[in-house]
Design a protein around this ligand. Sequence first.
Ligand code: AHR
Length: 531
Amino acid sequence: MKQSAGLVLTMLATLLLMPAPAGGQAGTLGARIKIDTDRVVGPIDNLIYGNFIEHLGRCIEGGVFQENSPVSDTNGYRKDVLEAVKGLQVSILRWPGGNFASGYHWEDGIGPRDQRPARLELAWGTTESNRFGTDEFLNYCEMLGTQPYICVNLGTGSWDEAKFWVEYCNLQGGTRYSDLRKKNGREKPWGVTYWGLGNEMDGPWQMGHRSAEEYSKFALEAAKLMKWTDPNIKLIAAGSSNYRADWVGWNRTVLQYLKNHLDYLALHLYVGNRNNDYYEFLTSSLDLNDKTRIAEGLINAALADNPQRKPVYIAWDEWNVWYRARGEKERGRQILEEKYNLEDALVVATLLNTFVNNAHIVKMANMAQLVNVIAPIFTNDKGLYLQTIYYPLQLFANNSKGTALDVFVDSPTYKTQKYSAVPYLDVSAVYDNGTVIVNVVNRHRDQPIAAEIQSQKGTFSGTFEIAEVNGPDIKAENTFGSTKVLIARKTLSAQGDRIKYQFPAHSFTMLKGSLGFTGDVSTGERERSRE
Ligand code: AHR
């Protein structure tokens, strides 16, 4: 009995490893990727390349901001970090938390820095100096050319605090809080568009945690007052991230109450390799895809009886790999200083592929976080290094802009306990005005995969840029003075409707080049647009 089960497993494994019909030579795994510019998922919103900074550990103090340091400017912003952040072309930056937001009283963080109160901080068990506040955050966003996204305190905070914060940031003047802003040295309003209605309010770990109904009613009144203060703002409601509880029920209730006031439903996802099972870990993006589709269904159901059908989108406003640095304390506080390796970078690339592949509904995403705390950038007092996960984010944020295509992939697969057929190749494709970008993760730990990339219509031409994130092995990490995982660049000459490319084992590769048409060929006719 045991033997025959073993035989079946061996046969299954052999079958799974058999070369795919096209692309590979004998002995090499093969795959096909078909690009068709008529098959469109939707326009990619640049806001999916966002980040997040929280008053937590060394993310802000010691990360983006370090007063009286030789590596900082006269306002306290770290110059080296600013340069590294610019490399990510951060489209939107969420602040001040996270869990921190639910105990934050923003008026503590304005006015002359030396007169601001230090407060006991209960989310992460520390003291908040308040030296980095609203003005420091919004000025930082201006320096970066990024959209600010402020998450208001719907834990211990009040409706008044939320609406006065909008007034402080967005009104021209002539009212108490807009005049206070001027008095603090900022004449022009910042015009903050994106406002979050609390953070993870479904979690018992959250200050001011509420039931779905309690939260929805409270958030609805905050939403009204904030939009009445500035009708141009966009609101993001706290969806559920507590997947061990009734997350579907929470989201349904929130959508029901808030659907006419909301622009986005916020969801969070942290994934990890807790069982040290590489192949299982590399299916994290399938889970993200499932959760996205479920949330999309809930949104569609909530909007079904809405005659105006104002769209509500998904904001994955906290996402990343995070499982090692949890709960531990250093220097008396939680610091969440996760060190990333190559397999984490590959997972990050597959998660980014998933955002692109759901571009019609996922219109914002914020990698959590930006510096030191579960972050792509890691500092000490003298300098910084780029963690492995920096590179896929950099490649996507700098290149994958335009229209997401519904790409066809015929790849060999593997099986996990949860999924019967996981393609070794995870792919997204983007088309933008004559340029095509193909993002491919080869999940295979040991073998390259030879793929043929076929264009359904139109031809590839010229020099294709190839950028590969890879390293000596899946556990390779970067650190100060040692960069094992990075982007290797090369080129490939393309002509005609096919490109053959062999994707190395455990790699993420971006191919970018020209895709041209002759005659009257339009693109995107069958776009699944929600607008
Ligand atoms: O990003 C770290 C924490 O994770 C955030 O503060 C919280 O929102 C989430 O649980």
